[in-house]
Design a protein around this ligand. Structure first.
Ligand SMILES: Nc1ncnc2c1ncn2[C@@H]1O[C@H](COP(=O)(O)OP(=O)(O)OP(=O)(O)O)[C@@H](O)[C@H]1O
Length: 216
């Protein structure tokens, strides 16, 4: 489904990615591990089209996404990729439901249908009683599950997670990890997860180690 070909990225004269090659199959859960500074987040950002590589190519279902222009790129991203970050980045003024619906509205989806799907997703994640709560009124685990619902609202083919449980206690972290696997069983979505959590990294179908800007 995804083919990463010889991706390179420098920040000024710091070589962060030095020719990364990677193949990811549909429905696979891949973890990316490695020391701090190895380039994991940079790779994930490039995979998610949030940042651009200096050279190399990324094929998504056979099509190069490196050549897409700004508008096409943001449409591609909104339709196909869901992001889960260490810090949830929920909008503080909006309720859980509104936060989850937002990417669907950005994608010009019907508001009623989007709200129905958002409620379904939040329900599946155990948040039926929290729809109208703002992020500050939710626990850390609830906030992170809300951000997972937001990542899933447009039914993306690829979910990219950067330290998704880095800010959770072990019980909430375990629940979140189980959720990823449950979702994959149900939807055959593909997950790429950058993590320092060894349990999560080992649960993945495949663990990729990054060291000094390359995968080994
Ligand atoms: N926007 C930027 N400008 C300059 N340098 C950057 C930028 N983003 C990342 N870097 C540098 O690139 C290197 C790789 O960073 P990256 O965040 O990809 O590492 P990482 O493997 O995800 O680390 P961690 O496990 O600590 O999150 C680091 O040395 C970092 O300081």
């Amino acid at each position: 489904m995804i083919e990463v070909k010889n991706i390179r990225k420098n920040f000024d004269d710091l070589e962060v990615l030095k020719g990364v090659n990677l193949m990811i199959q549909k429905g696979e859960i891949v973890s990316i591990v490695g020391a701090s500074g190895a380039g994991k987040t940079t790779l994930l950002q490039i995979l998610g089209t949030l940042d651009k590589a200096d050279s190399g190519d990324i094929l998504f279902e056979g099509t190069s996404i490196m050549k897409l222009r700004k508008k096409a790129l943001s449409e591609f991203r909104n339709d196909n990729i869901g992001f889960v970050f260490q810090f949830h980045h929920l909008l503080p003024e909006f309720t859980a439901l509104e936060n989850v619906v937002l990417p669907a509205l950005i994608g010009n989806k019907n508001k009623k249908e989007a709200e129905k799907r958002a409620k379904d997703l939040l329900g599946q994640l155990g948040l039926s009683e929290r729809l109208n709560h703002k992020p500050a009124q939710l626990s850390g685990g609830e906030q992170q599950r809300t951000s997972v619902a937001r990542a899933l609202i447009n039914n993306p083919k690829l979910i990219l997670a950067d330290e998704p449980s880095g800010n959770l206690d072990s019980e909430n972290a375990d629940e979140l990890h189980e959720l990823f696997f449950k979702l994959r069983e149900e939807t055959n979505q593909t997950f790429v997860i950058v993590t320092h959590n060894e349990d999560l990294a080992d649960m993945a179908d495949r663990k990729i180690l990054m060291k000094d800007g390359v995968t080994i």
